[in-house]
Design a protein around this ligand. Structure first.
Ligand code: FAD
Length: 365
């Protein structure tokens, strides 16, 4: 027998929204999402709108992240094929590695991504290793495969709309303690709270995860079209700077990045870094500036900064009783919240079922 359950999800980033959507397929669940920020907002405390976003797997083999990334691809693939209004499209993708980046901040981040025998070679279509003659100057390795790029300005509202269609309720609210979550459900009686607060899990009462910290990313969004999606493991401009270029679906512009600045909460774009990002982008992908090959050819839509919700041990997806009530934590998805979203949400779904199973078993005793 399926158990009825009132559930509150805290957070409406890609993690909270995907979890709400996955759980909403269970008709016996009554779900409310409460959040400080919602799709449509742009805020330094809200990572999801700032993401590229693409599918660049980085989980190490055997890790839960790898499992989540692997499990997420089929759904992104399906959305590309069957749901054009979700704002996701396929991209011909080139990933280049430089041996000298092996020990740098960005080199560590892209360690799995740049491997020529990457674990995801049988997950994404058309994976092949590039010949030496196909590599840009200064690069030692390269692969080409089909990936996706998500227009987050379209995709987040799409997820929200799908949840609403399935009967999920949305409310604005700021929690100072996780135990306040049940008060946002109309029934007042909630079995499970799901904590999808991203970076703010570091500041939320009852959670206060001291291993969560920001990984600052700066981007430039331009109107120019690159023709391919491309990244390089590092640059000569700094240990924590990399180059990535991706064109968002349905007129979303092209994202030029980037960097991974551990521990920085700085919300304002650094103009010098922006200049370096644009220069590296036109150098790597001259198709962006076909007239002169110069940065001045770029038509800038906006500059942006987002803070990736980093967590030392990787994403936390686990259950815990806080003040006698079940909480499922689901935060710390760093630079991979989209590419791990469905796998992570299904893990949370498994934990919900486990908790309900335990409660039912106790009720039968
Ligand atoms: P968030 O989007 O930050 O959402 C957290 C939610 O919790 C918000 O709605 C917030 O309001 C709410 N909240 C927090 N505290 C409270 C509280 N106390 N009370 C009420 N509500 C609260 N990922 C990819 O997969 N691919 C990419 O290409 C990619 N590129 C990126 C590029 C950049 C520049 C950046 C910054 C990130 C990128 N990411 C990418 C990472 C991705 O954006 C994040 O992993 C993802 O957005 C995290 O989602 P989240 O829902 O956990 O957090």
């Amino acid at each position: 027998m399926a158990a009825n359950a009132n559930i509150v999800i805290v957070g409406a980033g890609v993690v909270g929204l995907t979890t709400a959507l996955v759980l909403s397929k269970h008709k016996n669940f009554s779900i409310t999402v409460v959040s400080k920020h919602m799709p449509g907002d742009y805020d330094i405390e809200y990572a999801s709108p700032w993401a590229g976003a693409n599918y660049f797997p980085v989980g190490t083999p055997g890790s839960s992240l790898q499992r989540f990334e692997k499990a997420t691809w089929p759904e992104l693939d399906r959305l590309c094929r069957e749901v054009p209004e979700a704002g996701i499209h396929y991209q011909n993708t080139f990933v280049y590695g430089r041996k000298k980046d092996a020990g740098t901040t960005t080199g560590q981040w892209f360690k799995e991504l740049v491997k020529e025998n990457a674990w995801f070679k049988d997950v994404v279509p058309n994976f092949r290793v590039l010949g030496k003659e196909e590599l840009p100057a200064g690069c030692d390795t390269g692969t080409n495969f089909t990936s996706v790029c998500i227009n987050t300005a379209v995709y987040l509202p799409y997820l929200l709309g799908q949840c609403v269609k399935q009967g999920v309720t949305f409310k604005r609210g700021i929690l100072s303690h996780i135990s306040e979550a049940p008060s946002y459900h109309s029934s007042g009686s909630v079995l499970i709270t799901i904590n999808c607060t991203g970076l703010l899990a570091s500041k939320l009462g009852g959670v206060m995860d001291g291993t969560v910290y920001p990984g600052r990313g700066q981007i430039v969004v331009v109107r120019n079209e690159p023709g391919v999606m491309v990244t390089v493991s590092g640059t000569d401009d700094g240990d924590d700077e990399a180059t990535y270029i991706m064109q968002r679906a349905v007129g979303g512009g092209t994202i030029l990045g980037g960097c991974l600045q551990h521990g920085s909460w700085e919300s304002q774009p650094d103009p010098n870094l922006a200049q370096r990002i644009m220069q590296r982008s036109v150098d790597l992908c001259p198709a962006l500036a076909p007239k002169t090959g110069k940065v001045s050819d770029l038509s800038v839509i906006r500059h942006g900064v987002g803070l990736r919700p980093m967590r030392k041990a990787g994403p936390r997806v686990e259950k815990e009783k806080i003040d006698g009530k079940w909480v499922i934590h689901q935060y710390g998805h760093a630079g991979y919240g989209y590419q791990s979203s469905f796998g992570s949400a299904r893990e949370a779904e498994k934990l919900v079922k486990e908790i309900l199973g335990e409660i039912l078993a106790k009720a039968k005793l």
